[in-house]
Design a protein around this ligand. Structure first.
Ligand code: ATP
Length: 440
């Protein structure tokens, strides 16, 4: 039986505050009063977000022979979105509260206005979530463009290009990471739902008769990716959509859900899209988007299994899962127990004192580590305070350089989670960290 974890109502506030205070995520255009639901990633956040995307790319592209990457344009002509079905069906049901006039997404509010408690609304209207813009100096027909609401369509429109240039054959995949835009009716919960966000999507093209097998394979593979990067199993679950709830393109969808401070909600969706996308684009473009299998002499339109994740949403889940408060030497500390692969800094180099005697050797240590690890360098405040500052942002290891270092050419390495300290010769330091961070 599934055990529901305990809700921590303050957790989102704590993580949001930490993110702002320590330079992970800032409200966008803050000096102008902010721009609702838009965020900027600060010096630490940009490192972490890159690490999330890098961990995904490593598992989806680098360590596989059957998946290649792509980086398609964000702006696209209406024809793409007519073919994909987005112009017609990429809508959410919009209702207006008849009392306070706030607008809501009907399927997210259980019939009660979250602002004033009223239960009286207008009838729902289909609100298209795509951002429409003009390309070029002339307005009107022919200049309309849309910002992509998902990265997937750029993959389908390049299917033939990738086939021709890589000589891949099904089963094979095309992976893409990048920005997507949706004019969400109610963006909410920090970076969980924003109008501009980043996605990590992969379209896996397969012979139709292997669809079920690959669908199950990708659900498990993606679930395990989050586990491997440190999200506890108790905070993850799979939720299979009922047939009647499936999107227009889907033959089966399973969400990987995370237990957020407001309860279970989507982290990633894995869908069996059948041959919907390639068939639609072939029909609308007039270009054949199928595959000729020389071994069987058969031509067919591949089916597609799509694991679609949010990079910014995943970063939020990793932060929420990593946030802990514990006691060290009688003091409460907040610590991000991030997997080292996701941490904004891998190592912090901390000279015990600002005295010039330590400067030379500290710079030497920093220079030796920087080509291999993302390092912070901090000489301000007491060493205890500096450890806490690094714990709070998830730095797995601190290296302290003290006056003894000048004699023994060794430094103290402190572990974030155990706070255990070991003395390591400078000459072995890089190898020491390579051993600690070796990935399977
Ligand atoms: P929802 O039903 O919550 O609006 P969706 O099912 O339409 O989401 P998908 O189209 O499956 O979402 O998008 C794939 C992934 O992209 C999501 O699982 C999520 O991680 C991410 N994502 C989608 N919309 C947003 C958003 N507005 N902000 C941040 N991430 C998003």
């Amino acid at each position: 039986m599934e055990v529901t974890p305990e809700l921590d109502a303050d957790l989102l506030d704590k993580v949001t505050n930490l993110a702002k205070r320590r330079g992970f995520i800032f409200p966008s255009a803050e000096i102008y009063g902010g721009f609702r639901s838009t965020y900027d990633y600060g010096p630490l956040g940009v490192n972490m977000l890159r690490n999330v995307k890098q961990a995904w790319w490593r598992s989806m592209v680098q360590t596989r022979h059957d998946i290649v990457g792509l980086d398609a344009a964000i702006m696209g002509p209406p024809a793409v979105w007519a073919a994909s079905g987005h112009l017609e069906t990429f809508t959410d049901p919009l209702v207006d509260c008849l009392v306070c006039k706030e607008r809501w997404r009907e399927d997210k509010i259980d019939g009660v206005c979250p602002n004033c408690g009223s239960t009286k609304f207008t009838a729902p209207r289909a609100f298209n979530l795509m951002f429409k813009t003009q390309a070029g100096p002339v307005e009107g027909e022919g200049s309309t463009a849309y910002l992509r609401p998902e990265t997937a369509q750029g993959i389908f429109t390049n299917f033939a290009n990738v086939l021709a240039t890589t000589r891949k054959k099904p089963p094979f995949g095309i992976a893409q990471v990048g920005k997507s835009f949706r004019n969400e009716i109610t963006p909410q919960n920090f970076v969980f739902r924003t109008r501009e966000f980043e996605q990590m999507e992969m379209e896996y093209f397969i012979p139709p008769d292997s669809a079920e097998e690959w669908y199950r394979y990708w659900i498990d593979a993606r679930f395990n990716w989050y586990l491997d990067l440190g999200i506890p199993e108790a905070l993850l679950r799979k939720h299979e959509h009922a047939q009647e709830d499936l999107s227009h393109y889907s033959r089966g969808t399973t969400d990987i859900e995370f237990f957020y401070p407001w309860g279970w909600d989507e982290l990633e969706g894995v869908a069996n899209r059948g041959d919907y996308d390639l068939t639609q684009h072939a029909k609308h473009s007039g270009v054949a988007l199928d595959y000729f299998d020389q071994a069987t002499n058969e031509r067919y339109t591949p089916y597609v299994i799509e694991p679609a994740a949010g990079a910014t949403r995943a970063m939020l889940a990793f932060l929420l899962a990593a946030y802990h408060e514990d006691e060290v030497e009688g003091e409460t500390r907040s610590v991000l127990r991030l997997d080292w692969r996701l941490a904004p800094y891998h190592v912090a180099v901390l000279p015990l004192s600002k005295k010039p005697e330590l400067e030379g050797v500290s710079t030497e240590v920093l220079n030796s580590l920087q080509p291999h690890f993302m390092c912070d360098y901090d000489v301000t405040q007491s060493i205890g305070r500096r450890y806490r500052r690094q714990d709070e942002v998830g730095t797995p290891y601190c290296v302290t350089i003290d006056f003894e270092t000048l004699n023994d050419r060794a430094v103290t390495v402190r572990d974030r989670d155990t706070t255990a300290q070991v003395r390591v010769p400078i000459a072995e330091l890089t190898h020491h960290f390579w051993n600690l961070t070796a990935t399977s």
